[in-house]
Structure formats: structure tokens, C-alpha cells
Design a protein around this ligand. Sequence first.
Ligand SMILES: *[C@@H]1O[C@H](CO)[C@@H](O)[C@H](O)[C@H]1NC(C)=O
Length: 396
Amino acid sequence: MAAMKIPSSFLILILITLFHSPASLDAGSTFDVQSFGAKPDGESDSTKAFLSAWHAACGAASPATMYVPPGRYLLYNVYFSGESCKSNSVMIRIDGTLVAPLDYDIVGKVGKWLQFEKVSGVSISGGTLDGRGTALWACKEAGKSCPKGATSLAFYNSDNIVITGLTSLNSQMFHILIDGCQNVNLVGTRISASGNSPNTDGIHVEHSSGVTIMNSRVGTGDDCVSIGPGTSNLWIENLACGPGHGVSIGSLGWDSQEAGVQNVTLKTATFTGTQNGVRVKTWARPSNGFVRDVLFQHLVIDNVQNPIIIDQDYCPNHEECPHQGSGVKISDITYQDIHGTSATQVAVKFDCSKTKPCSGITMEGVDLTYKNKPATASCANAGGKTSGAVEPMSCL
Ligand SMILES: *[C@@H]1O[C@H](CO)[C@@H](O)[C@H](O)[C@H]1NC(C)=O
């Protein structure tokens, strides 16, 4: 039997690997934020360490991991830019909690806390974001002068993003923002903030295509999911919403030139004690915007104020709305298998534009009650059809 021989080139490779970088755990592909100086004490500013680890991971020639071990890491606003990335696959594995500064001015004036821009192939796995927004909400509540606040996690102009098992707590403003992106998968997201926290939308999507939101639980003070201009091919499945303002397409149509919303599916969702179930909301202003090809399917409604609503007469201060109705054309919206309880008498409200009436609204298998009796429906400028049992009686 021949003696086992280790080729010397193999030994050299091992030595290179061991001494390549103190931050690398395996073959230079994992970058631990602690080896760049991050402190898991919740008090030391770890911003620079996170940025260094990011630059190392995204500057790697091959797939790389940025690793955040358990513990609490204080971060000021962090800008993760993809400009100088070489790797087209960066995994950010978070076993710890990222904590915003207690002084809300610091990130609140910037408007974003953790911001990714022009990145491709970035995945975030696990982790908790603690936006510590309560003091800012109180400032707003008291009507004092406060900054607008920061979105906790924002992705701009990025593609092929996967976010799995992320938890976001008490954001100052929006929890998660997806803007100008292609192919984004959010799976198992948990979002939590007080039901009366202002402008704390759960997940806001705009100017993006191919966003999928699966198996998520959102309880917050504003929309659980809000859908802005230029959203297409959005898929939301298995969503638990409440407290919050429901799932909202809009507000749209503030601008006279505005990208439309197209091909949105919300499938299998529960709404518990929310202000709205599914809403489409447009400003009563001239616009070339549109909403088309939307499916709301298999929804359970539990004590919701406006389970099904289209509001095209939105103009809160009755200013800057020149009595022309909304220019946003709404068509081909399907409501299928929606049942439960309304917290108000009018469970279905289609208040469409007088200049661009809604068309192609379909209701199929809708059953909503108010105090154990059928609720009512109200329609203005709404056209479409019903099939199967529909309660309240359709006004289409
Ligand atoms: C609509 O969007 C889904 C993804 O949400 C996509 O699979 C489907 O192809 C899109 N349909 C059209 C007609 O573009």
C-alpha cells in the first residue's frame, strides 16, 4: 500500500488561507463584524465596523458572508452601497439585534437608518432591527417640532434581494422600503410597532417589479403593506395584518405624471381589528396614473372598519384638489373568497372617480357581516359584476 502523500501545493494553500485575513473564517469568505471592531454591548457605536465588514464582503471576488454574532449592536445611519462591489452574492447573516441610537435626531434627520443602494444578489438572513421609535412618536403626538423620522431598512435601485426571517421593531417611520428594485423576496418577516404609532408602514413597495412577500406578520400603526406608484408583478401570500391600516394601494395620483400599478396579487391573508382590509386610495387630482389587474383572494376579515374600499376622493385638507375628480384609472380588480366581520355598517365601499369610473370590478364569494347581520355596500362610478354568493348585496 502506498503511503499517503500530501502535495506541498496543498499545504501552501492551507497556509495562504490561514493568514489571508484575520477576519476570514473560511477561505476568506466570511467576514465577522466583531473582527472589524463591532461590540455586542448595545452602547458602542459599531457603524464603522459594519461598513468595513460590508466592504470586505462585497469586495470579495466570490460569494461572501457578512456575519453578525448574537448581541446588540448600536448603529447610526449606515449606507451600504453596491458601487464598489465585486461579489454578486453577499449573505448577511444576523444572529443579533441592530439597535438605532436613542437620540432620534441622529437617524431621524437623515430619513433612513439602514440603507442599501445599487446592490445585487444580497441576502439578509435572520436578525432583529430595533428602531427605538417610541420617543419620536411621542414627540409627534405632542405636536412638537420633530424630525420626519427614518425608515429602518431601505433598498433602492437593487436587484435579486432575499430577506428571510427578519424582525423589525418600533421603526421611527416605515419599517421596510423597497424602491426601484427588481426581484425581491421577503420571507417570514415579522414587524411590530404600536397600533397608534404614526407613519410606521410595515412594508412599502414602489417603482419595483417582481417583489414577493411570503409568510409575514405585520402589526403596526399604519399600512401593513403599502403599494406606491410604479409597482408591478407584486405577490403577497400568507399575511397576518393587525393592528394597522390594512393593505393599501396608494395613495396614488398626487402627481399629474405618475407610473401605474399593475398585476398585484394578495392571496391568503387575515386582517384583525384593522382600519382597512384591502384599500385602493387615490388623490382627487388630475393624473395619468392607473391601477389594473389586481387580485384579492382568500381573505379573513375580523372586526375591520373598511374591509373592502376604493377611495378616489382622497383630499384630507380639501386643498389643491381642483374638483375634477381623480385621474387615476382603476380597472380589473377582483375580490374573491372574502369573509368575516365588519366593524362598521358599510363593509364594501367603491367611491370611484367621476372622470375615470372604475371598470371590471369582480366580486365572487364575498360574505361580510356587521353585528351578525349582512353589512351594506355603497358604490359611486363603479362598474363590474358579481358571481356566486355576495353579501352585502352588490351595488355594482
Ligand atoms: C404577474 O406577476 C406574477 C408575480 O407576482 C408573475 O408570475 C406573472 O407572470 C405576472 N403576470 C404578468 C401577465 O405579467
